[in-house]
Design a protein around this ligand. Sequence first.
Ligand SMILES: [Zn+2]
Length: 453
Amino acid sequence: MYEALFRHALFPAYETVVKRRGTASHVAEYERSQWLDRAQLEAVQLRKLNELLAHCWAEVPFLQRHWRAHGLQPGTLSHASELSRYPLLTKAMITANYDEAIATSWRGRTLTKTTGGSTGEPFRFEYTMDVYARRTAVMWRGYGWGGASLGTRTGYLWGTGMRKGGWGGFKDRLYHGAFNRRFFDAFSLSDGNIDPVIEELTAYRPQAVVGYVAPVVLVARRMLATGRRMQGVRGVLTGAEALYEPERRDIEQAFGCPAFNTYGSREVMLMASECSHHSGLHVNADHLVLETVGHDGRPVPAGASGDVAITDLHNFGMPMVRYLNGDRATYATQACACGRGLPLLASVDGRVLDSIETPDGRHVPGEFFVYAMLDWPDVRQWQVVQTERDCVQFRLVVPEPWTAQRREALTAKVRDKAGPAMRVEIVEVDEIPTTASGKRRLTIALAAAAPRA
Ligand SMILES: [Zn+2]
C-alpha cells in the first residue's frame, strides 16, 4: 500500500516539485526500454552515443585534442561497436586535463564527486544534476529486479547514509523514513553487537535487504549458526564485490529468499544487476556503454575477461568516453531467458576486498577503507594489509610525504572502527603491484596474507 503510494505519488512529487529533477520520467523511460529487443536497444544506444560524441567534439577541448591525436575526425558512428575506434581514457588523463575535460557550456554548473577508488586510485570528477537523476532512475530499476523497488521497506547493511543526532540526523531520518528504508552500520559490526543488529533488522521487518557482500554474509552465517531465520524478505541485494556460490547459498538460506548481485561504482552508480533468472548481471545498456577490452583497447570476445571501459551516455558536464574504471569483467555468451534485451555480464572479476577481523572481535569490511580514503583524494594508490592481528599497514603512493597531522587523522579514523588496540602503520611506497591474475587487492586480511596457526 505505502509502496504504491510512494512510487506513484510521493516520489514523483518530491523529485519533480521539490528537487526539480526529471527522475520520475526517467524511471518510466527505463522501465519501458528494458523490454526492447537487442536490435532496438542497440539503436537507442547508438542515438545517445552519437549525441554525446557530437557534444564532445563541440564542447570538450581535452577530448578533441585526445581524439585528433589518434587520427579521429568529427562524424557519426553507424554502429555502437565503432566506438572502439576511439582511444581509451584513464583517470590520470582526466586529472591532468581537468578543466578542459569539462564541457564549455557546463562550466560552473557541474557537481563534483570524489571516489576513494574501488581500485585504490582516488579520483575526482564532475557530473550534472540530470545525469544524477538518470542514474537514480536506472538504479531503482535494477534494485526492483531484486525486490527492492522504490518505496519498498528496505534494510541497508551499508557504510554511510545516516548522520547521528542534531538537525542533520533528524532530516536524514525523515528522508530515509519517506523512502521506507533504514541504515544499519555495516562498518561497526562485531562479535559483540552482531546479535543485537540481527534483532533490530528482524524487528524492522524489511521486505528487502541491501548490503555489501561481507557484512551480509557475516549476518547470514551468524543467523544460520544461531538458528535464526528472517521472514518476509523478498530479496537480498549485494554489491561492490563478487558474490561466490557458497556465500550466495548461505544468504539465501538465512533470509529465505533469493540473493541478487549488483555491480556499481561511485563514478556512474549502478552499471549492472541480476534479474530473477540469476543468469548473470544485466548491463544498463540503455544508459551507458560497458565494454570489456584488451590491452590494445579492442573489445575482447564474450566469455573472456577484459578491462571495463565505461561510456556514460548522459554525463554532458564531464563526458567520459571509454573510461577505464580499473575493474575487470566478463560478458556472458548467452542471452537471458527473462526477455530483457539488456546484455549480460557473466562475472565482475577485478575487485578484491577482504574484511579485517580485529583482536576484540570486530569485523571491518573492506569498503570501510574505501570510504576512509575519500578524505585524501591526492593519494594516487593505496592498499591496506593486516600484517598482525592488531596491526594494519597502509601502503600509500603519494605526491608528497604525509604530515604527522594526516597520519594522526587516518589513524584516528581507523581506530574509530577497528578499535583502540589496532595499530596503524603508514608507509609510503613507489607502486602497488597487482596480483598475477591482474587483480588489485585493496585490503588483505591476515588470514588471507598468511594462514593462522
Ligand atoms: Zn534476465
